[in-house]
Every structure is written in structure tokens, then in C-alpha cells.
Design a protein around this ligand. Structure first.
Ligand code: 5AD
Ligand code: SF4
Length: 448
């Protein structure tokens, strides 16, 4: 069988942070097998597309990309493989629809990749889409891709079994399982020793993390204790199990970032019930109040879906009201997209006309823009500690970084270096960005 040694592989990643973390695991697995990474499809022997299935437009994008790759494949030998959630959802079907795809490998089967990639060179078409109840890739040290060397993702659990009615993830990523705490702490320590300043602990629902008797809050505390110079972030929490223990831990450690992503999905009690979210707007508000009680300076962000099955005008109004009441610092806002095999597809009707979904989404976006601007204005005059991440996209003379609240701040470069902690005083803002001036530039110390 053909050897993979020195075969050039290009990985393209779509979708959530989890997928980006998985691409780093895949790169490590293929590196072990002798493959080399390359920077574009043009140079590659294999192109791997790590895909997302969360909404129909995410999948359409991938179909377009796969068709684009045909032009390259007509000129020379190039194997195209599909990984991730769309691979898991469509399995062999994907290779029937897209004839230029030679293999599909689901999120729990990445260890099979070297074998699969060898088999396709013999003309086989291969689908490996078995889901696992135990795979966490905990022994694999991810190879960091397109990183700035400052901030890295660490996957701490996989899968989801909340079965929100609209969501395809339980079907593409399987049952929930937690990675062993020792390997997570070791990975974080390794990153810090390599010069990283920030880690983001990832899982579809981090609050359900449990390994032996270690809870998510205890895991975070252990990572935070590696060094006060290592920032710790996490995503995502399901509001139904956001615990006080977690909030207490966040408040206790200065280097655990004061930012919490708490997907609302809808502000209507009736919709939340249909969505199987298992909380009411009142209960959600209670959690928001708890966050503010423990951490008055914590930013809160969310996800919301406009136009879910049966959504009436009054449900939509309830969502707008909730947005006003909470005052989110940032929101990811989506039009509902019916996904095959979900509870919604089997039992509910996608009955909100597309134009109405679009209009409701626009109203949420407009409101959120106003709220974010108002929130950012409250930051004018405050001084934040900022981890500098790079040169601003608008001007080479400016740097950007984020504060603990995860807000982007741009400021004049001076003699500040990327990777340093600096104090920045906010002087102005837009709805998306804070603008400031650096007031200390010694770098290196938190809370100096
Ligand atoms: N349609 C629209 N948005 C969705 N999301 C999940 N499933 C769907 C869907 N079918 C959104 C939710 C989730 C985020 C990752 O994507 O808001 O929190
Ligand atoms: Fe997309 Fe969800 Fe899969 Fe992430 S887990 S890639 S958001 S479908």
C-alpha cells in the first residue's frame, strides 16, 4: 500500500471553534503518519474540508467549494476528503452527490484518516462515520494552525445530548463525553511554557464536563492556577446548567476572563418549550442576575434564532424585550434553518415565511447594534488590561487586543509588542470596537 510520507495535505476549516480544534488534532494525526502540511489546495496532494452542518447555508458553501475544487482535480491527481459534521450527517451519500470526493470521515473517526487516505489511492471510496461514546483524542497533542502563538483552543469535551429541537449537533457529534482532566491541564501548561497567553476551553456544553470527580469549575480553577499570566476562557454554556460554583470560580480568579456566552435562542416561553431548551425566560433572567451578582463587570453574549417553527409576532417581541432587558455585549443572530432528522423536522412545521424570518432577524440585529454601542460607550474613560494580539486591520500604526470581557480594543502601537499585556484607556468606540490609548507598556504583569 502506498506510503503517506511527504504527501502534502491542505486542511480547510468551516464552522465553530470545535472544528478548528479538531483540524489541529487531524493535523497532528497526519503529521505522525508522515504527511506534510501545505498552505493551499494548489500545492496539495490531499485537500481535507472540515465541515459544518448547523444551517443549510453552511452546507451550501461547502458544496460550492467542492465544485470549485474540480477544476484543480481535472488538471492533476488531487484527492478531496470531507471531515466534520456534514460528513457525519450525509455519510456515503455525500460521495454520490459530489463525485470528486474520495472519502468522508466523521468527527469521532479521525484516527482512521491515514488508513483511509492510503486506501483511496488504490481507487477506493471510503466512508468512516462511526460515532464513539469514548473518543476524546486526549493523547494527541494538537498541531496549532494559523495561530498567532498567543491564544489557543483546548477541546475538553465532545458531543451533545441536549437535543434542542432545531439542532443537528447531537446527530453529528454523538454522545457527551469528557476528556481526562490531567491531559487538559498538561496541554494548557505546555502551551503556557511555549509562550501562549490565553487558552479557550471548548465543548458544546462545558457545564456538563465531568471527569471522575472533577467538575468544570474545578477544571477551570486548575488551569487558572498554572499562572496568573495565562488567561482562561471557555465556550459554550447551556443556561439550564450554569452553576453558581462556576460563577464563584470565575469571580475568584483574576485570569479567568469575565465573559460568558449564554445562548438565549428565544425570549418567548412558548418557543423555548418547543425548542426543548428546558428553561423559561424567568429562569434565564435569574441566571443573568446571578452572573451580575458575582461579577458586575462580566460581559454577556448570546445566540438567537429568528423564525423558529410556529413563531408569532408576540414571540418575536418577547425576544426583543429580552435583548433589551439583558443588554448583551455581542450576539450571534441567525434565521432558523430546518435541519434533516431533528425533532423539528419530524414533528414541527417550518411555517414562518422566509421574508418574515428575514425581517425579524433584521430587527434583532438593529436593536443589538444599538445595545452594543450603548454598552461600549459606558466603557469610555475606563482602563482595561489588554492582551495584544496583532496589528489592526485598518492601520499598520495601530495594534489590537482584547480585554477580559473579550471586547476588541485598538490603540496606537507606540513600542508595545504583540503578546504583551498592556493597560489601555478607552477614549472612543463603535458598536463593534473600543478605541483607546495605551497608558502603561511594561507588559508581562497582570494587575500591575
Ligand atoms: N437554524 C438556525 N440556527 C441554528 N443554530 C443551531 N441550529 C440552528 C438552526 N437549525 C444556532 C443556535 C446555536 C448556534 C451555534 O447556531 O443559535 O446556539
Ligand atoms: Fe457546525 Fe455545530 Fe458541527 Fe460546530 S458542532 S461544526 S457549529 S454543526
Amino acid at each position: 500500500m502506498m506510503d503517506l510520507k511527504d504527501k502534502k495535505v491542505f486542511i480547510e476549516t468551516y464552522g465553530c471553534q470545535m472544528n478548528f480544534a479538531d483540524s489541529e488534532v487531524v493535523t497532528a494525526i497526519l503529521g505522525e503518519a508522515g504527511c506534510r502540511r501545505c498552505e493551499s489546495a494548489e500545492e496539495a496532494d490531499y485537500v481535507l474540508i472540515n465541515t459544518c452542518a448547523i444551517r443549510d447555508n453552511a452546507e451550501q458553501r461547502i458544496h460550492h467549494r467542492l465544485r470549485d475544487l474540480r477544476a484543480l482535480q481535472q488538471k492533476r491527481r488531487l484527492y478531496v476528503g470531507v471531515l466534520g459534521c456534514m460528513a457525519e450527517r450525509l455519510k456515503q451519500q455525500l460521495m454520490i452527490e459530489e463525485e470528486n470526493v474520495s472519502f468522508v470521515v466523521g468527527p469521532d473517526a479521525y484516527r482512521c484518516l491515514p488508513e483511509v487516505m492510503k486506501r483511496v489511492t488504490e481507487g477506493a471510496k471510503v466512508a468512516e462515520t462511526e460515532l464513539s461514546t469514548t473518543e476524546t483524542y486526549s493523547d494527541i497533542v494538537p498541531v496549532r494552525l494559523d495561530g498567532n502563538g498567543i491564544s489557543a483552543y483546548i477541546s475538553i469535551m465532545r458531543g451533545c445530548q441536549n437535543y434542542c429541537a432545531y439542532c443537528v449537533v447531537p446527530y453529528t457529534r454523538g454522545r457527551e463525553r469528557s476528556r481526562d482532566a490531567e491531559s487538559i491541564v498538561a496541554e494548557a501548561r505546555g502551551l503556557f511554557e511555549a509562550g501562549y497567553k490565553e487558552v479557550t476551553l471548548l465543548g458544546q456544553n462545558v457545564n456538563s464536563y465531568r471527569w471522575e470527580d472533577v467538575t468544570f469549575a474545578q477544571l477551570m480553577a486548575r488551569v487558572a492556577e498554572i499562572s496568573p499570566l495565562l488567561r482562561v476562557r471557555f465556550a459554550t454554556s447551556h443556561p439550564k446548567d450554569l452553576s453558581d460554583e462556576l460563577l464563584e470560580t470565575m469571580a475568584k480568579y483574576e485570569n479567568i476572563c469575565k465573559c460568558i456566552h449564554l445562548p438565549l435562542q428565544s425570549g418567548s416561553e412558548r418557543m423555548l418549550k418547543l425548542m426543548n431548551r428546558r428553561y423559561t425566560p424567568e429562569w434565564y433572567m435569574g441566571r443573568i442576575e446571578a452572573v451580575r451578582r458575582y461579577m458586575p463587570d462580566c460581559s454577556i453574549t448570546t445566540d438567537v434564532i429568528a423564525g423558529f417553527c410556529g413563531e408569532e409576532e408576540e414571540d418575536h417581541q418577547a425576544t426583543l424585550e429580552m435583548f433589551k432587558k439583558v443588554g448583551y455585549d455581542y450576539a450571534y443572530m441567525f434565521k432558523f434553518s430546518m435541519r434533516p432528522d431533528t425533532y423539528a423536522e419530524k414533528h414541527l412545521k417550518d411555517d414562518v415565511p422566509d421574508a418574515v424570518k428575514g425581517r425579524r432577524l433584521e430587527e434583532i440585529i438593529k436593536l443589538q447594534g444599538e445595545i452594543a454601542l450603548k454598552n461600549n460607550r459606558k466603557d469610555i474613560g475606563k482602563t482595561f488590561e489588554v492582551l495584544v494580539e496583532g496589528t489592526s486591520h485598518r492601520s499598520k500604526e495601530q495594534l489590537f487586543g482584547r480585554n477580559s470581557q473579550n471586547k476588541v480594543i485598538v490603540f496606537d502601537r507606540g513600542d508595545v509588542k504583540v503578546g504583551e499585556y498592556v493597560k489601555v484607556r478607552v477614549t472612543d468606540c463603535t458598536a463593534a470596537t473600543l478605541i483607546g490609548e495605551c497608558v502603561t507598556a511594561q507588559g508581562g504583569r497582570l494587575n500591575a
